[in-house]
Design a protein around this ligand. Structure first.
Ligand code: DX5
Ligand code: ZN
Length: 224
């Protein structure tokens, strides 16, 4: 049995002191670093590329969970893997040949994730759920940190939990956007395994404590 995971989202870190922020996460109870890649096409914002991810890999002592908010992600998977991504998540809405793209991710040795925008139903993943290592339920419209949690995400998490359990799949459910102490319990109760938290960690007065409080919640465990 494993306790739920916490993945601080680096998008909310202080880029002038990236090394210090990474050290804080390394020394905290956090499990992963969540890294948002945005291309200005799939989402209306641009963030990190491969070079900065390579730099992050050099200072991270925990896995890099790379969330690709880009069109045609299949073109860049091996380069993100080479840069140091441990989990590579692509968007359902950006992948006409999703199953092939997931196989491509797995062939690099990375874990394969699929993110769902708020309007995309959980049921679209049912036919291939056994081949997905992680489903990222977007609880904001992707593109920016610091947005408000969309509560429609809760029934979607429950639906995914049903699908995963029915198929006895090893898939983790990650929730991304507007996650903090005010809603983490509900999210975990609904069946999530990974909490992504940007602002609620890095903008907190005491980020290390914010992480341990997110870890402390509930007694929500899952089989691995
Ligand atoms: C949104 C990103 C999120 C974001 C979360 O497009 O995918 O990972 O960094 O930030 P907060 O926790 O501030 O909503
Ligand atoms: Zn993200």
């Amino acid at each position: 049995m494993k306790k739920h995971l916490v993945a601080p989202s680096v998008l909310a870190a202080n880029f002038a002191h990236l090394e210090a922020d990474f050290k804080m996460v390394n020394e905290s109870e956090a499990d992963w670093f969540h890294v948002d890649v945005m291309d200005g096409r799939f989402v209306p914002n641009i963030s990190f590329g491969m070079d900065i991810i390579k730099t992050m890999k050099g200072i991270a002592e925990k896995p890099l969970d790379v969330h690709l908010m880009i069109v045609e992600p299949e073109k860049y998977i091996s380069r993100f893997r080479d840069a140091g991504a441990d989990v590579i998540t692509v968007h359902y809405e950006a992948c006409p040949h999703l199953h092939r793209t997931l196989q491509q991710i797995k062939e690099t040795g990375a874990k394969a994730g699929v993110a769902l925008n708020p309007h995309t139903p959980a049921s679209v993943l049912e036919p291939i759920i056994e081949d997905i290592d992680l489903v990222c339920v977007m609880s904001v419209n992707p593109g920016f940190g610091g947005q408000k949690f969309i509560y429609h995400a809760i029934p979607k998490i429950k639906k995914l939990r049903d699908i995963i359990d029915t198929h006895n799949a090893p898939t983790l459910i990650e929730v991304d956007g507007g996650v903090g102490l005010q809603n983490a319990e509900k999210i975990l109760q609904a069946g999530a395994n990974v909490l992504v938290a940007g602002s609620s960690v890095f903008k907190a007065e005491n980020p290390t404590k914010a992480i341990s409080r997110l870890k402390e919640i509930g007694g929500y465990t899952f089989h691995v």
